[in-house]
Design a protein around this ligand. Structure first.
Ligand SMILES: Cc1cc2nc3c(=O)[nH]c(=O)nc-3n(C[C@H](O)[C@H](O)[C@H](O)COP(=O)(O)O)c2cc1C
Length: 197
């Protein structure tokens, strides 16, 4: 194997690929707000949990709304919705009714007190189970209590299809959005070529 010289890059937390997701919550007046996030990771199988991180040193209305309501949703915009997701990640709910500005609408989630953005085809409903402050960000772990998927993104086995969802991949190195490529191998199978016995 040929290994080329390595170079140190600028320090930052995001190393692509990461999806650009949209976290949404109700404020103290019941108004829906949302922000786009790249700091997102699955964090537990049992119970199913995911963790997001929101900058607590900057203007983030959604953070206040999530901590106040104890609930949030995570929605996955498709690449065709990149402009909408981008605006929701640029304007603050303190100054803008940005969900309406991009022409989106909300409905109350089925299992938590948080908004579901109707135009997003996959949405995970979460109740807050833990928060941790790390440096500039507050990490919020939510237990997944419901997942809503549009029928249009389901395959013949009722599983959601990444190809149909076409989620946004955020490239933090170049500040751009990319789409998911095609399947190249089967997970938990491709590596079996290295199994000796
Ligand atoms: C692609 C993208 C990714 C982002 N990721 C994060 C993130 O992980 N954490 C964060 O605090 N802000 C992130 N932001 C910035 C917020 O979405 C932005 O500040 C938003 O305006 C906050 O809105 P709010 O005040 O209504 O909550 C991101 C923005 C974009 C465009």
């Amino acid at each position: 194997m040929i290994c080329s010289m390595k170079k140190s890059l600028k320090l930052r937390a995001v190393v692509s690929p990461t999806p650009a997701i949209i976290a949404a919550a109700y404020d103290e007046n019941g108004k829906a707000d949302a922000c786009t996030l790249a700091f997102y990771t699955p964090s537990s199988h049992k119970p199913p949990c995911l963790t997001i991180a929101i900058n607590s040193t900057a203007k983030r209305k959604t953070l206040k709304s999530i901590l106040g309501s104890g609930a949030f949703t995570v929605g996955y915009p498709s690449i065709e919705q990149a402009a909408e997701a981008d605006w929701i990640g640029m304007a603050s709910g303190y100054d803008h009714d940005k969900i309406a500005e991009v022409g989106w609408t909300t409905a109350k989630a089925e299992k938590v007190n948080a908004p579901v953005i109707s135009e997003l085809k996959l949405t995970v409903e979460c109740k807050v189970v833990n928060t941790v402050d790390i440096g500039s960000h507050t990490q919020i772990t939510g237990e997944v209590v419901n997942i809503q998927a549009d029928e249009s993104i389901l395959d013949e086995n009722g599983k959601y299809s990444l190809e149909k969802l076409n989620p946004i991949i955020y490239d933090e190195e170049h500040w751009r959005y990319l789409s998911v490529g095609s399947k190249t191998a089967d997970a938990f199978k491709a590596g079996l070529v290295y199994k000796k016995n």
